[in-house]
Design a protein around this ligand. Structure first.
Ligand code: AMP
Length: 271
């Protein structure tokens, strides 16, 4: 595995990789969810590249940029064991007075975008920079961050970027909890409370299997399970993030965001 920490090192390493490159951008503190992206990329490409960069522009004021978990040595070992060919860990990817990529208003102002103003501009800007540096043929993203995935697919299409975006299933603990680097913030009792998120989604899926179609009834059932967590949103949308009144099987995503203590968690289910 080649580790590149500068653009020069990256470019030298990249020149030695002739073939299809699958790429997974991450912010590190790697877990089995990240490893599932690597595994999929390994199956579908000649080489796998992974970046670790805690991107400052996607964090708002008062968010957890400074304390976001950083686990350099453990991450390097995990990448090596998983068969990553190129690990890009840059110090800084920004200069002064730079243009940014703006997420479309409709996508950036709902759900995560409404609560985290400017977040998706930061995401799209760093993903564009990383795509230009790594030049992958395919890029792997988790459905766990469904709104991010949708906006990246939209950007790639709109800017005629010649990259295939591969959507990967959410990896969960056996108890249902969606893996996230932010789970590291949770105390033992908070981890039990955090299970309410996945439990509420499983209950929603059970209701839908029993032919409940009204989204208002499903939202009420989810809210009931999430109590007493502070809920940021419960949304039931189609694949283009339009709110739905009735479930359309094969076209629906149920998204929730809630706070467990000081930690903000998101989860979703694709129906
Ligand atoms: P992050 O390091 O949190 O920015 O995530 C990097 C990539 O891993 C993103 O495409 C995420 O959607 C994806 N990811 C994060 N958690 C999971 C998970 N539990 N299962 C699958 N993919 C995930």
């Amino acid at each position: 595995m080649v580790i590149a920490t500068s653009r020069e090192e990256l470019s030298a390493a990249r020149q030695n990789m002739r073939g299809q490159i699958g790429f997974a951008p991450t912010m590190g503190a790697l877990h089995a969810g990240h490893l599932s992206l690597i595994e999929r990329a390994k199956k579908e490409n000649d080489f796998v590249a992974l970046s670790i960069y805690v991107n400052p522009t996607q964090f708002g004021a008062g968010e957890d940029f400074a304390r976001y978990p950083r686990k350099k040595e453990a991450d390097i070992a995990l990448c090596r064991a998983a068969g990553v060919d190129l690990l890009f860990m840059p110090e800084n990817l920004y200069g002064a007075n730079e243009p940014i990529v703006c997420a479309p208003l409709i996508g950036a102002s709902i759900l995560e975008g409404e609560i985290r103003r400017g977040h998706f501009d930061g995401v799209l800007t760093i993903v564009t920079k990383l795509f230009n540096l790594i030049k992958p043929m395919r890029a792997y993203f988790g459905k766990k961050d469904a709104q991010q995935l949708w906006l990246i697919q939209n950007m790639v299409k709109s800017f005629f970027m010649d990259i295939e975006i591969v959507a990967c299933e959410t990896t969960r603990e056996n108890n249902g909890l969606a893996l996230s680097s932010r789970n590291a913030y949770l105390s033992k009792s908070e981890k039990t409370d955090a299970l309410k998120l996945s439990r509420s989604l499983f209950e929603a899926s059970r209701l839908i299997k029993k032919n409940e179609t009204k989204t208002a009834a499903i939202v009420a059932a989810i809210l009931d399970i999430l109590q007493p967590l502070k809920v940021d949103y419960i949304a039931i949308v189609d694949r283009e993030f339009n709110a739905l009144e009735t479930i359309k099987k094969g076209e629906t995503i149920i998204l929730i965001a809630a706070r467990v203590g000081a930690t903000r968690l998101i989860d979703n289910m694709w129906i």
